[in-house]
Design a protein around this ligand. Structure first.
Ligand SMILES: [Zn+2]
Length: 210
């Protein structure tokens, strides 16, 4: 009799133990997947940097902003100055007085002009495998029958989507559009779709141009 009573208890015990083990296994797998995805993002960003930056000729690149004052926020993971949360900062922040001209870093074609997002009024330019984005510019985007363009009237800037731009061309002015706490250029670089730390490119550019 005692044995009959004990048996189901043993089975319940095993069942609970198995369930715990099963849940723990699922949690472990999920954590591993999360870490792998996180690691992948970092690897993608640094891979493109290391393999392509050193082997590229940067003699013809232009520094992207006039009256540059300082680098105010680096590329990478950081605590947001706005909401205090950990976030991936996909570009380099370069402080300059309001109204300073922003210059095209590399000869290319305007992929997109945009406004109304956290990036503010912005220009995205394609140069071969490289994509460069300039955020928080002055002005706004207008739509005409023959396309869209960024207009900064007092800065004398009109940049059309699809337009070819030479290196060093003035493409906008430092403004306060989008999510920003002070006047600066947020500059983002991607190579074949992966983010690259703009500071690494600038460093190599300075080295070669010195
Ligand atoms: Zn930024």
């Amino acid at each position: 009799m005692a044995q009959i009573l004990r048996q189901p208890r043993m089975i319940d015990y095993l069942r609970v133990k198995f369930l715990r083990f099963f849940l723990l296994a699922i949690a472990t797998v999920l954590i591993c997947l999360g870490l792998a995805a996180f690691q992948q993002e970092r690897i993608e960003a640094s891979d493109a940097s290391e393999t392509t930056i050193a082997s590229t000729t940067w003699q013809h690149g232009s520094f992207p902003v006039e009256n540059f004052q300082s680098y105010t926020s680096p590329f990478g993971y950081r605590i947001s100055p706005i909401d205090g949360k950990r976030q991936f900062h996909n570009g380099l922040d370069m402080a300059a007085p309001l109204g300073s001209y922003v210059r095209n870093w590399w000869t290319g074609k305007v992929l997109e002009v945009s406004d109304g997002t956290v990036c503010g009024t912005s220009v995205k330019i394609q140069s071969g495998g490289w994509q460069h984005v300039y955020c928080h510019l002055d002005g706004h985007v207008e739509t005409a029958a023959n396309g869209r363009y960024l207009l900064d009237r007092s800065g004398g800037i009109q940049i059309w989507q699809g337009q070819e731009l030479p290196v060093g061309a003035r493409i906008g002015r430092v403004g306060m559009t989008g999510r920003t706490t002070g006047p600066h250029l947020h500059w983002t670089l991607r190579y074949n779709g992966s983010y690259v730390d703009p500071a690494l490119v600038l460093k190599e550019m300075f080295k070669q141009q010195a």
